[in-house]
Design a protein around this ligand. Sequence first.
Ligand SMILES: [Zn+2]
Length: 387
Amino acid sequence: MISLRGAAVTPTGVVPDAIVTVSGDRIASVRPATDADAAAGERFAWILPGFVDIHNHGGAGGSFPDSDLAGCRTAARHHRAHGTTTLLASLVSAPGAHLVRQTAVLADLADEGEIDGVHLEGPFVNKCRCGAQDPAAIIPGDPDLLARVAEAGRGWLRSVTFAPETAHALELVNVCSHYGMVASLGHTDADFDTTLAVLEHAERLGVTVTATHLFNAMPPIHHRVPGAAAAMLDAAALGRMVVELVADGVHLHDRTVDLVWDTVTPTNAVFVTDAMSAAGMADGAYELGDLHVTVTGGIARLTTTDGTQGSIAGGTSRLLEQVQRHIRRGRDIAQAAAMAATTGAKVLGLADRGSIVAGNRADLVCLDADLKLAKVLWRGAEPPSAQ
Ligand SMILES: [Zn+2]
């Protein structure tokens, strides 16, 4: 039996001096410490639920869109060692045959228990909002291809990003319904009504809807032309969908994160890294799918040859750093934990994690008084160390 002591962030609030016990791979109990516990438990400042990242392309040099099984495993372990105990491996737009092949590789990794599913980002997105998606690989919505990728995933394809204005968008939602996948709307130039129509169709079918990195790869909100961003923000405020935020201080201004945090609330917003292989690595040259990326000062951008600034090409943060960033800014730790763990687990329908309650999987992140990572438990044990 493992016993941890510290301020535990639970769904009902922070228990300032708690004892959290772990038995096997489960949380056995969570309770306030008493005088009888004087010597009990390994001590930490904070005990948080293990983080859930539903949009992540890699790390530590491993790239989910194109690495082999070993490279993908390295990436998953890197994020886990930094507190991300549940992770979807994200693909990028690529030819259909490649997507089918790589989804099968990632399904093998999920069978191993190293990841919790696959997120397909593209290829049914809008070329004019491609961001770091290869425009040459972007195609109109193809429900048959989506079904083929889902079949290759053997139940592990959990989420797909497409633009609401792509061809056959409602049929893509039908495929999501058939395979129990999340419909994630993004890389879009859609207007408000087109976005809402896809959401309403998904609601009729009971399909969970998210926004793929809200505000990134879509037009900003114009007060007379509200567009997809306004539609998704409004829907999230009403609890009809969940918006992803790459809350790393690079993809979004911190005050933009605050705006969503305070209007949509942490129940309907989720931190994601959108991390690529350079997460946890030095500045330098990397690849994201077939595109070249240069990381300078920790910021990944598409490599350009004419001296212009390339598009932001995925993130280099871990969820841990996003949580640390916003707590240090003075934001509420329980709300940050909700966006880094609880809400993501809800999106994936994983009822046994994302919060510190007895019976849940013992996925825990322990921080010291400086918010530095002190210990990670994954299924009740310390995960293998990684870079
Ligand atoms: Zn992405």
